[in-house]
Design a protein around this ligand. Structure first.
Ligand code: S3P
Length: 191
């Protein structure tokens, strides 16, 4: 249908686990595609006046997910066009978000190996979702790797619904942006 294919050109949504590269690749990809860039975590921070991890930890996941849903809905009803949107790692798991997202753009999953995710996230502060109780004899590294694997298993079926899947493991930012550009253009040609 004409209208649905036009709508699906409106946004490029980046989904994937924390550390998969959504916020890093989003701005250069947007520049290359001549689109504007939005990051839902940044919009939530702007709205709540606090850092995402703090709002997640202090107000709880339910409040955070409600805010996230509102931010996505507002962005998509704002009348803006030609956007690249980096979504928080859990946003696409919400069915209402998923419906809105799938109606408004092409969904791109950024895949990454568990070890690489761990490495990228290790340099950052404590993440509420990665906070785990150590099992006896387990190191902090092992516990974090276990938690990342568990979250990936929980979410993989949802992430697999993406229209385009690209692995970022072992690729530079420039190489990945080039590949994403190519895959998105091919997808547009086919739809
Ligand atoms: C979350 C990922 C985070 C942030 C929040 C919840 C998740 O975003 O939205 O901490 O559920 O995976 P990033 O994927 O940008 O780290």
């Amino acid at each position: 249908m004409m209208s649905s294919s036009v709508n699906r050109r409106r946004c490029v949504f980046l989904i994937g686990f924390s550390g998969s590269g959504k916020s890093t690749l989003g701005p250069p990809l947007a520049r290359r595609l001549k689109r504007s860039f939005y990051d839902t975590d940044d919009l939530i921070e702007h709205h709540s006046g606090k850092n995402v991890d703090r709002s997640f930890a202090e107000d709880g996941e339910v409040v955070f997910r409600r805010l996230e849903e509102n931010v996505i809905s507002n962005l998509l009803t704002s009348g803006r066009s030609k956007m690249v949107i980096a979504l928080g790692g859990g946003a696409f798991a919400n069915e209402r978000n998923r419906r809105r997202i799938q109606e408004n753009g092409v969904v791109v999953y950024l895949g990454c190996s568990t070890r690489e995710l761990y490495r990228r996230l290790a340099g950052q502060g404590e993440r509420p979702l990665l906070r785990v109780r150590l099992r006896q004899g387990e190191t902090r590294r092992q516990a974090r790797l276990r938690r990342i694997k568990q979250l990936r298993q929980q979410r993989q079926a949802v992430y697999d619904m993406a229209d385009i899947k690209v692995s970022t493991t072992g690729r530079s930012i420039g190489q990945t942006v080039q590949l994403l550009d190519k895959r998105i253009r091919t997808w547009y040609d086919d739809h």
